[in-house]
Design a binder for this molecule. Sequence first.
Ligand code: NAP
Ligand code: ZN
Length: 366
Amino acid sequence: MFVNFNMPTKLVFGGGCIRKNPHLFLSLGKRALIVTGRRSAKENGSLDDVTQALDGCAIQYELFDKVESNPSIGTVRAAAAAARRSKADFIVGIGGGSPMDAAKAAALLARQNLNDDSLFSGPYTKDILPSVMVPTTAGTGSEVTQYSILTNDNAKSKTSISTALIFPKIAFVDARYTENLALRTTINTAVDALCHCVEGMLSVKANPITDLLAADGIKKISGAFAPMLNGNINYETREELIYASTLGGMVIAQTGTAAVHSMGYSLTYFRHIEHGRANGLLLASFLSFVGEKDPEAVKRIFSLMGLKGTGELKCLMEKLLGQKEIISDSEFDKFSGIAVKAGNVANSTVVPSREDLKKMYAESFR
Ligand code: NAP
Ligand code: ZN
């Protein structure tokens, strides 16, 4: 057995975890840049908790609150410039995956001069601002990953920065911030976390520890689908979801994602379909594809989800995600040409060809 497991982020989980542990900011410096989206962090209590903790530690801070969903390179450069201007010693990212990813990229760009190509490819020096992440959606797990995924107009897709340098130093994970998440965002982000766990289990880099985490994540997220469909999501369910999404992040930090994510990026880039929704629409056909060659692995995943097979999963996703977008054959052709070049497409135990990807797209939107 061979296991390689790297999780350098300190995880602090639970209701009120920032207020209970403000001292953890002390070791990071005297000045912070807080990176958020435009609204939600101000409304869900997360920004207040962070600023109160920083005030209590006599740490000065500035706010960069301009991160859009699927952040652009321009936005992260603006955040990095704000960090330099304010002489920040560290960065706090608060929000869904978009502000957290922007914060990680800004931490890198604040210290390193990287053009639009080398931002994704390196080489990097070790010089980077430390970062703290506070997730407010239960989906991406970005608070515990070494990835920052940005909209890359040069590649006409979403592209990942992937370097252990951008692992956050601390992740504060508190389900209270997700209590008022809209049902649509709750579903999309939960489905994203489910895909992280499923793709992680089918990865060539999976190991016994990632399998344990992924299996627990799949069970917890699947258990939350009924309350979502009833529109009756209580705090315990919110906590299970954000816990599972952090587990999913720990999984993909080791295994990477696979073809579902590579295919999903074009749906987001060209058709503006939310990240988790894009993945959810593709998941059943990916499992059906892998199941032809590796039926035992896929059976195990369905059993963790409490489902009989692809038909039931398709049905569930249709109920959760609603009416599908109409996508043309020529779009499938173009998208599969882009997806086949993505690094993560070859990550699964069964590797799809461009033709397989096109078939999966078509099956998913039939
Ligand atoms: P998001 O784009 O961060 O946020 C979606 C929407 O939800 C925004 O309008 C945001 O509003 C709102 N929102 C966030 N928290 C909220 C709350 N507590 N209450 C109410 N509204 C809230 O969505 P996401 O799905 O979390 O992140 C997607 C991004 O993460 C994509 O770019 C994806 O590629 C990336 N991702 C990264 C990783 C990784 O490992 N780095 C893994 C998977 C996905 P505001 O704008 O006002 O905040
Ligand atoms: Zn994802």
